[in-house]
Design a protein around this ligand. Sequence first.
Ligand code: HEC
Length: 223
Amino acid sequence: MRSSFVLASLTLALVAACNPSKSKETPPAAKESPEVAAEAARVERVKHGEALVRIGGCSDCHTPMAFDPKLGMPVPQMDRFLSGHPEGAPDPSAAPGKGDQAVIGPTFTSFRLPFGVVYAQNLTPDPQTGLRMDGDAFVRAMRSGKHRGAADGRAILPPMPWMNMQSATDEDLRAMHAYLQSLAPVKNAVPEPKVPAQVIEELGKLNAQLAAGPAPKPSAPKL
Ligand code: HEC
């Protein structure tokens, strides 16, 4: 009697050990609700976007730099990360010299080209002065070279390398957008470009050609 009781309890204990739902520690799979899965996917998308924004060198133009006299070189101002040309910061003081394509301003966010001055935009999610594009508009802007992805948007101007994103998938671009939306918002109203309307119109035609054509390939990759 006693031994069969022991056997029965042992069997019960074994069944409990083999049945995950009965064990004390709930395994991760059983815990995962649709909300948890969606949140995990969002975190993954933001991380992927962060990697692409780093590889894309977006910060090089969109984060203002300050000259560090100790290092003898410009360093990014991380409290203004990706917030574009600082409101009120000076334009490049000199005009491009003979044969020069552009002069870069003291914060590395303003560019004087032969036809005018262009300012790196604020990519942070500040509602008044930031990116102000949803994911769909961001994908359209990067695919079309049109400001804010609007059908009648002005040309996105050089040196913004929007055409380089042709190698990115829509999913990559959405991940970059999700990462930009996750940043700390920085209030910074970037000035409008000082470029004549006629030049912007001509660049619009060039952008349309670039958008329709294949991604620029310097040479065929050796596979
Ligand atoms: C070589 C400098 C440079 C680099 C690198 C750069 N940008 Fe820009 N970006 C600019 C400038 C300048 C503008 C403003 C162009 C204008 O006013 O039309 C701009 C504008 C933008 C805009 C606004 C487009 C619109 O709708 O008007 C977005 C979005 C953007 N950049 C995202 C990025 C991302 C993402 C990366 C990295 C993959 C990046 N930029 C890399 C210089 C740069």
